[in-house]
Design a protein around this ligand. Sequence first.
Ligand code: 5GP
Ligand code: ZN
Length: 136
Amino acid sequence: MRDDNCIFCKIANGEIPSKTIYEDEEFRAILDLGPAAKGHALILPKDHYANLFELPDETAASVMKLAKTLGARMKEKLKADGFNLVQNNGECAGQTVFHFHLHLIPRYTDDGQKIGWKPGAPSQDELEEIRRQIAD
Ligand code: 5GP
Ligand code: ZN
């Protein structure tokens, strides 16, 4: 499953060179060209899925397992103090490349980065209404 117009299809399948830190039959992990911190990497499936919701369940499970393995390796080798996993779906959520990818971001004390959000302040009633919308 490939999309000929997708840059991450080309990178994942080796048609465009990349700084590859890991490769197997299903995935390639590469260094991000615009890193949030030293070692920021992306796990790309070799098959084209636009986002999390297109990803088969088995691939979703495998990608998280690989994130754990690579994250542990990066933490050790790069002496990272912490780690963020980031995965954007949809333009409004910050997705810019529409081929599923999981960001692996090693973090360092005082690295000056901010990966987060402005916390809201919903009432208990608002939280309950939202809970109901999702759960029921
Ligand atoms: P998104 O915003 O879609 O979650 O993340 C896209 C990421 O891909 C960005 O962090 C961006 O720096 C990275 N990126 C975009 N194009 C390329 C590329 O051609 N090569 C590599 N290695 N990273 C890329
Ligand atoms: Zn693709």
